[in-house]
Write a protein that binds this ligand. Structure first.
Ligand SMILES: Cc1cc2nc3c(=O)[nH]c(=O)nc-3n(C[C@H](O)[C@H](O)[C@H](O)COP(=O)(O)O)c2cc1C
Length: 374
């Protein structure tokens, strides 16, 4: 349960800004503030009725809101600690005068709002100034070629704390588009599910169970299968059972991956290989992987199985892209990638395989738009 906490004030994070205004005594002046609210063209700020800023804004009915970044902390504090004096010349600040409001626009502040007072409610020693935003100004470096705001380039400083201690809180440059968390949660809620069993011309692809442990161990224990696929040979049948019961389902759960398939030749019931997704790189980009018992190499089973999985995944899992990684020495895998229409996107040099041998790591990619969707 939450605890009611007694404090004289609680600033829960307000962007610091510097009011610019005309001054009857000094021509132009500035005062640091943080209490503000804005929606649409309205802006409300709270200014102590005793501050010079309140008197001057009451008189001229116009002001600018200059929003500084971290580089301006000293000047920001000076403008917030000195009162009823001339501050612009005193602090040696570069500014121009706004044509709309005749208030100062500080060069160092990358975002500035020109505001016109609509009404002032004065109560308990505070002037709540309701104003209309006449113009929004931004330094060109904050606008992209379409004139849209570059959110990750602008980092105001936040004022927060309680009656005990107040601090400046800085932003880093991470941004997430509005709506992205809901979108991700929705994606997570729809479990990535594929049918338990599908058929291709020569193969049956079906979900593996622990009953298949022996079949799978027969090839996953072979160095020529395991190392190129990126894992050390599975030593014992118990290890294989543990993999099928724990490691595989937990990985799939964590990354929201579909169960993947064991490869069975039609007319038999032995799993001779696998084709599945082993990594989620983005919410709509998965990495495909495959293995095959050497007794069945050279028959085109892997491309046949992978083609079926890719087709299903593009249609049913709403994927944008499928990636595939293999080592430079794994020519068979590269041939599979090429047969399936993947494009080689990167050669990462001098990686190590599961044996510690230096080799290149190749990354292939296939976009949904490149897949022959029927
Ligand atoms: C980080 C910071 C935030 C401030 N926020 C406000 C505010 O929201 N409202 C206010 O009236 N004063 C605020 N102040 C205090 C005024 O800036 C300060 O009292 C200033 O000296 C007043 O100057 P003036 O009398 O020349 O207008 C703040 C000061 C700092 C340093």
């Amino acid at each position: 349960m939450k605890q009611s906490f007694k404090t004289s004030k609680l600033y829960y994070g307000f962007p610091i800004f510097i009011l610019g205004y005309q001054d009857q005594n000094f021509g132009h002046n500035i005062t640091t503030c943080s209490s503000s609210y804005s929606l649409g063209d309205w802006l409300v700020i709270g200014v102590g009725a005793e501050e010079n800023a309140a008197d001057q804004i009451k008189h001229y009915q116009q002001f600018t809101v200059n929003i500084p970044g971290e580089h301006f902390m000293l000047e920001m504090e000076q403008a917030g600690f000195i009162s009823h004096r001339e501050k612009l010349e005193h602090l040696g600040l570069d500014y121009e005068i706004s044509e709309r409001t005749q208030a100062p626009i500080l060069k160092a502040c990358l975002v500035v709002l020109d505001c016109q007072v609509d009404r002032i409610i004065e109560e308990d020693g505070i002037c709540h100034i309701f104003a209309k935003i006449l113009d929004r100004l931004a330094d060109p470096e904050l606008l992209d070629d379409k004139g849209h705001f570059k959110n990750d380039r602008f980092a105001p400083t936040y004022f927060m704390g309680d009656g005990n201690q107040r601090v400046y809180r800085y932003l880093d440059d991470r941004v997430d588009p509005m709506g992205s968390f809901i979108k991700k949660a929705r994606k997570k809620m729809t479990r990535a599910e594929l049918p338990e069993r599908i058929e291709t011309e020569r193969l049956v692809l079906r979900v593996r169970t622990v009953a298949d442990a022996e079949d799978i161990h027969a090839y996953a224990s072979l160095p020529e299968v395991a190392y190129p696929a990126g894992f050390p040979p599975v030593k014992t049948l118990e290890d294989e059972i543990y993999y099928l019961e724990h490691i595989l389902p937990e990985r799939n759960q964590k990354d929201n991956l579909p169960a993947g398939y064991g490869i069975v030749v039609k007319g038999t019931d032995t799993i001779i290989g696998s084709v599945d997704f082993n990594h989620r790189h983005e919410d709509d980009v998965l990495e495909i992987g495959y293995t095959l018992h050497p007794d069945y190499w050279g028959r085109g089973y892997v491309p046949e199985a992978a083609r079926a999985l890719i087709d299903l995944a593009f249609k049913d899992l709403d994927l944008h892209k499928i990636e595939l990684t293999c080592f430079g020495y794994n020519l068979q895998s590269q041939r599979v990638a090429e047969k399936l229409g993947f494009t080689l996107e990167a050669r990462i040099r001098d990686r190590k395989d599961a044996q510690g041998n230096r080799c290149d790591s190749l990354i292939y990619g296939l976009l949904k738009s490149e897949w022959e969707v029927d």
